[in-house]
Design a protein around this ligand. Structure first.
Ligand SMILES: [Zn+2]
Length: 380
């Protein structure tokens, strides 16, 4: 059978199944057929058209063609009802209004179907860059502290934490700082009350530990300390330390040196060169400073810069960088906590966590640690 020419020139749009969109399809068609088979055919045509829409734009077009205000076939047919004889007018008006309302319901149902099918595709655009979840991590100072604590735990040390607000007696007097001794000047701090200070070092922890416990002791003391410093790139008014304390019979300077060398080589590598130089701290006798060979210039004090050698900017040409302070515990400290200095001996050491982190990661500005800028912190 030949199809009409017009249909071949413009293929019929794909038709769909309206019965799948709305319940009561068969009953509705039966109702129309009872009025006149012509209306059932008209409904079938436009219901199939709407049900067959392949997208929201296509549906809009098919809606315009069937029930649109401008050029909808059903709308136009309704417009012609007024000119019909009175009996036909009643029948046609009722049938066409039924068809129009049913087609509107079908159009809404089809729109919902298309929208819900389209929604997941719109929501998932695989070409968009991913949104990385925010994952927290320990602060760089906490990482370094934990690594150092791990190391000392491996050497047999336990952790002892003590308060940040400290009596003058524990921060100074019992650690052999005489009331007017100039060594106190290096520990200018914040006074909470006439004899209560924010601790200037973690060493008051030794006094508490020794007063509470009997030797032998093998402890490390991590924590935050305070100094009334002029804040600049390498000084903050608060920073972090780890002190260590070893008390037993017959402890010697050789034990101290071996412990510190083991420690230095664990963090800087097995071939690291170290040196001890004498230095004064009130709470040790003798006192020393441990330096490690500068990691930047390998102890030479010179780095290559352009054609000529230049003075190493990190160790300022000395070839060494300061790692920590240490020494044999002063007999006066033992006396202050009730230990007999004739029976007990021991060593102690202390280091700044910021200094170690700065040396390791090449951080030139100490203030960055407390600025809470994630662009800085997430690098570690
Ligand atoms: Zn150097």
């Amino acid at each position: 059978m030949m199809k009409p020419v017009a249909s071949e020139a413009r293929p019929e749009p794909q038709s769909g199944d309206p019965a799948a969109l709305l319940t009561g399809h068969a009953e509705f068609r039966a109702e129309l057929s009872a009025i006149d088979g012509m209306y059932a055919e008209m409904f079938d045509r436009f219901a199939g058209l709407i049900a067959g829409a392949v997208g929201l734009a296509d549906l809009e077009e098919r809606k315009a063609e069937s029930i649109g205000r401008e050029r909808g076939h059903v709308t136009q047919a309704l417009g012609q009802v007024a000119g019909l004889p009175i009996e036909q007018k009643k029948v046609a008006g009722r049938a066409l209004n039924l068809i129009k309302r049913r087609l509107e319901e079908l159009e809404r149902a089809k729109r919902l179907e298309l929208e819900s099918a389209a929604a997941p595709k719109d929501a998932l655009d695989v070409t968009l860059p991913g949104r990385r979840p925010w994952i927290g991590r320990p602060h760089v100072l906490a990482q370094v502290r934990d690594e150092l604590l791990d190391l000392f735990h491996g050497l047999g040390y336990s952790t002892y934490e003590s308060r940040e607000v400290e009596r003058d007696e524990y921060n100074f007097t019992k650690l052999n700082f005489a009331p007017d001794h100039p060594a106190r000047d290096a520990h200018d701090t914040y006074f909470v009350a006439p004899d209560v200070v924010l601790r200037t070092h973690t060493s008051p922890g030794w006094v508490h530990a020794m007063e509470e416990r009997k030797p032998p002791l093998q402890l490390v003391f991590p924590g935050r300390v305070y100094r009334a410093e002029q804040v600049d790139a390498s000084h903050m008014d608060q920073f972090h330390q780890i002190d260590g304390l070893f008390v037993d019979r017959d402890v010697s300077m050789a034990d101290l040196k071996a412990t510190l060398n083991t420690f230095a080589r664990s963090i800087y590598g097995p071939k690291t060169r170290t040196r001890l130089i004498p230095i004064y701290f009130p709470f040790v006798e003798p006192g020393c400073q441990m330096d490690v060979a500068c990691a930047i210039c390998d102890g030479s004090g010179r780095v290559r810069g352009g054609a000529e050698d230049q003075r190493c900017p990190v160790c300022k040409g000395s070839g060494w960088s300061e790692l920590l302070g240490a020494g044999m515990i002063h007999p006066n400290v033992f006396r202050a906590v009730g230990y007999d200095p004739e029976e007990w001996t021991g060593f102690a050491f202390g280091m700044g966590i910021e200094r170690i982190a700065m040396a390791r990661y090449g951080i030139a500005e100490i203030r960055l640690f407390l600025e809470n800028d994630v662009r800085f912190l997430r690098q570690f």
